[in-house]
Ligand binder design. Structure first.
Ligand code: NAP
Length: 540
């Protein structure tokens, strides 16, 4: 039921649910709530669907979860009719898929593009959210669902002097829609995370000269990308139910992820290296689960780390460069990268690596980048400096819950959430893949579908039972966050500076944000809560 009233200065719309974000979580949430016959609106700042795949259009952008698994499973027809081209899809292919989904399920008419949520306030008297958007519309919604993504709030460059730079500059997370040409140009790139690792080999081929400014070296495994063969696609499609069911039972939400359930220290060095070699050649982040303790035992971790370093020394001809590219922290502490020709790009005569620990960037000048030892003249700068992960997008909005509590205040000591789904003090609000859930440590598609379905079931329960308000209880939330921390503290996750811990954002509280216990365990918690008719919630 929609009640709209249009005046010259004010437009008001009443809905059952307002979803923020038209990426994969927002679109599936919309589709699921429409199936319950609810009146739903999605708002998105972008002018199209796709979320992360709408914004991250930098050259070389691809997903490092295999295409046949980085896709929705909720519609058998959709997964049978859609044809992925490559083992790992390009950003363009994934965005095409997102658009296909929007059209196929008739979602667009419920989405308000170019519309950012500015503020959301919970009205305790009416048990509704009052939401103000950038295009001047105020919505009143019974449920507010944040499908705002985990890596959607970009870190904008704050280098001194950037305004003076007379060349072009770009951010990987907000790449222009128009073609960008680096042909004949001197390009500098700051950052060596997953985005940079993908774009460096491509820019290197086009640019006259590429200078890579590295702060921390990263481990990267060759993606071994290739076109999908008809026969393997046919085979997966014929067995999709079993593939999806195995994905749900795998800690990472990826069916093809095969962990050997033995310690790296239980086998001989020769056998270990044989296994690492096999996984290196197969490609992708499956490397990380060669043994069951690479992520938890420093000695086992070092065997995998040293194997990758030996590969870097083998690939990169100049041994000083190889040494600079060799990470010293535990492998998998920062997000493992997957690449196509990353390390070998440094063998090109037009590519240069600068260690900004030894010679820090001092400022950007009108001509380029100045470090403590040298000025680099550049025609273009690419900032691949990451995101304010997991909490950035939520905290960019002014969200005010019960008793005038601002989410920013509640989370000033780090995020606190029950299951990464609901936040005490913020009734009738849900977060998809929020902090405290497996999200970024899993196949996002598996996690998104599980969250959306849990939220849909909860809203269906509330509607059927004539309930008007649901809110996580503080004790349940505290216990959950303690559990999230306990699990992470038994791993090597705290042994380096990573965006998982918020280390890449000055002033951000150091808290390990995702749930590292794996999907099956997490799912069991969520299912038990729902089966108990939401015993850890206050419902009225
Ligand atoms: P990122 O992993 O956070 O990397 C940012 C890079 O910028 C790091 O090397 C960081 O160095 C450097 N940096 C930041 N500020 C700097 C400064 N002031 N001076 C010098 N260097 C600076 O960000 P990202 O590469 O965009 O990737 C983020 C995440 O997105 C990934 O981990 C992954 O989860 C996801 N992603 C996935 C794919 C894929 O599926 N293939 C592709 C791209 C991104 P430090 O390490 O020293 O902080």
């Amino acid at each position: 039921m929609t009640e709209s009233e249009n005046t010259a200065t004010h437009y008001f719309e009443e809905v059952d649910a307002l979803v923020v974000g038209a990426g994969f979580s927002g679109m599936y949430m919309l589709h699921s709530l429409l199936a319950l016959d609810l009146n739903v609106i999605v708002v998105d700042e972008a002018s199209g669907v796709g979320g992360t795949w709408y914004w991250n259009r930098y050259p070389g952008a691809r997903c490092d979860v295999e295409s046949m698994e980085y896709s929705y499973s909720f519609s058998s027809e959709l997964q049978q009719e859609w044809n992925w081209k490559d083992r790992y899809s390009t950003q363009t292919q994934i965005l095409e898929y997102a658009n296909h989904v929007a059209d196929r399920f008739n979602l667009r008419k419920h989405i308000r593009f170019n519309s950012r949520l500015n503020s959301a306030r919970y009205d305790e008297e009416n048990n509704r959210w009052s939401i103000v958007t950038s295009n001047g519309i105020t919505y009143s919604a019974r449920f507010l669902i944040m499908a705002t993504g985990t890596l959607s709030s970009i870190n904008r460059p704050t280098f001194e002097g950037l305004d003076d730079f007379t060349g072009e500059w770009y951010m990987t997370g907000k790449w222009p829609h128009e073609p960008v040409s680096f042909s004949g140009k001197r390009v500098g790139i700051i950052g060596t995370g997953s985005s940079a690792v993908q774009t460096i080999p491509i820019i290197a081929k086009e640019a006259r000269h590429l200078t890579v400014f590295q702060r921390t070296a990263n481990y990267s495994i060759p993606a071994s990308n290739r076109p999908l063969e008809e026969e393997e696609v046919r085979e997966i499609k014929a067995n999709y139910d079993s593939v999806r069911s195995r994905a749900k039972k795998n800690p990472t939400g990826i069916a093809s992820r095969s962990m050997q359930d033995i310690s790296a220290m239980e086998v001989s060095e020769e056998e270990r290296n044989r296994e690492y070699e096999k996984r290196w050649n197969d490609g992708g982040t499956n490397f990380m689960v060669a043994y069951n303790d690479i992520g938890v035992n420093a000695e086992s971790n070092e065997t995998a780390a040293e194997f990758v370093r030996s590969k870097i020394r083998e690939i990169v001809k100049d041994q000083n460069t190889a040494s600079l590219l060799s990470p010293t922290n535990a492998i998998g502490c920062k997000r493992l990268c997957a690449d196509t020709n990353y390390y070998s790009a440094f063998n090109r005569s037009n590519v240069e690596l600068i260690d900004v620990n030894e010679t820090p960037i001092q400022r950007i000048t009108k001509n380029g980048i100045e470090t403590s030892s040298k000025a680099y003249d550049l025609d273009a700068i690419v900032f691949a400096i990451g995101f304010d992960a997991m909490t950035g997008a939520l905290l960019a909005m002014d969200i005010v819950g019960r008793s005038q509590t601002h989410l920013r205040d509640k989370w000033s000591d780090g995020p606190s959430s029950f299951l990464g789904l609901c936040i005490e003090g913020f009734p009738n609000m849900f977060t998809i893949t929020g902090p405290g859930s497996p999200s970024v440590l899993s196949n996002m598609m598996t996690s998104i579908e599980q969250h959306v379905e849990w939220i849909r079931d909860c809203i269906e329960y509330m509607t059927k039972e004539d309930k008007i308000e649901i809110e996580a209880q503080i004790d349940a939330e505290r216990q959950w966050m303690d559990h999230v921390e306990d699990i992470a503290s038994n791993t090597l996750r705290y042994s380096c500076n990573s965006w998982y811990l918020g280390d890449n954002v000055p002033g951000k509280k150091r808290v390990f944000m995702p749930y590292a216990g794996g999907i099956p365990k997490y799912r069991a918690f969520c299912d038990a809560v729902a089966d108990s008719e939401y015993k850890d919630f206050s419902i009225k």
